[in-house]
Design a binder for this molecule. Structure first.
Ligand code: ATR
Length: 272
């Protein structure tokens, strides 16, 4: 029997989700169809519901529908609720549309399992205070780092987001004048600056010889942020390809209760 999955987005043509999920399905000899669905703001809700009423087993949701999808789901997992964004949808046994967010778990799994990073006790700086940052803060906090500090072009947004997470962890925000003193062991670029080909921060004193730099974005060439980090002496510079595969693995497990192996695929995709 063929199981039906899809990713909704706009644009969506570039999505690598179909190849990733086909790879996972082969590991368990499952026969799946995984489509890319180009939706518009006006018809997203209708098409999402139609996908499930026609027997779809699960779907991913990507830009720009993640926040909108939150409002359409009957039930949200704690991760989706905190992130205020849904990237994984399924129907539960009470026929409710359920929304989950696997991005944060994907990042954590990539950092810990693939890059052997210890997040417990780390001094973390996250660049950006938008949706991507919101999606990773709770999973990072759950790893018990020593500190989490937000730095954002618009400082007020970083301060507001930090306050919003205070019930969970003493997230701080830092102004430009404080950047040189932060000395992060883990520096994460969660801005969308890579999309416009620019580095999201100017003060390179944020990087020390112990700073592991991670960009949530990925591309065939090192992102501008990672090029800048390498030029300024970061101990390691890693892009978000591993996170992409790991968040897909969390989605796949959510739908099937099967835990796919990600290592071979990450190796093949990075070499390609
Ligand atoms: P996403 O869902 O990808 O997080 P978003 O919610 O629009 O998108 O947030 C984008 C983040 O990237 C914001 O923190 C934004 O900074 P501002 O709050 O100042 O807008 C940040 N960002 C985008 N382009 C940037 C750039 N060129 N330099 C620095 N930060 C940038």
């Amino acid at each position: 029997m063929t199981e039906h999955y899809a990713v909704f987005g706009n644009p969506v043509a570039h999505s690598r989700s179909p190849e990733i999920h086909q790879h996972f399905a082969r590991q368990f000899s499952r026969n799946i169809e995984y489509k890319k669905i180009l939706a518009e703001e006006e018809d997203f809700a209708l098409r999402l519901r139609a996908f499930f009423s026609e027997g779809g087993k699960g779907c991913n949701v990507t830009v720009p529908f993640k926040a909108l999808c939150c409002n359409l789901c009957d039930v949200l997992t704690p991760a989706a609720d905190r992130a205020r964004a849904v990237n994984t949808v399924y129907v539960n046994d009470r026929a409710q549309l359920c929304g989950h967010n696997s991005d944060g778990a994907g990042l954590i799994n990539d950092l810990i399992n693939n890059h052997r990073q210890t997040i417990e006790g780390a001094n973390i700086v996250v660049l950006g205070a938008g949706g991507a940052t919101r999606g990773i803060l709770e999973p990072l906090a759950q790893q018990r780092p020593a500190s989490i500090t937000l730095v954002n072009r618009t400082a007020a947004k970083a301060a507001a987001l930090a306050t919003e997470f205070h019930d969970l962890f003493p997230v701080q925000s830092a102004a430009d004048s404080e950047i040189a003193g932060l000395r992060p062991t883990l520096l994460i670029n969660a801005t969308s600056a890579s999309l416009s080909g620019v580095v999201p921060i100017e003060d390179s004193r944020i990087i020390t010889a112990d700073t592991f730099c991670y960009d949530l974005a990925y591309s065939s060439e090192p992102t501008p942020f990672l090029q800048w980090a390498a030029a300024n002496g970061a101990i390691a510079c890693v892009d978000g390809l591993g996170m992409l595969v790991e968040q897909a693995a969390v989605s796949f497990a959510t739908w099937t209760d099967l835990q796919p192996d990600t290592s071979e695929l990450i190796r093949a995709m990075s070499q390609a």
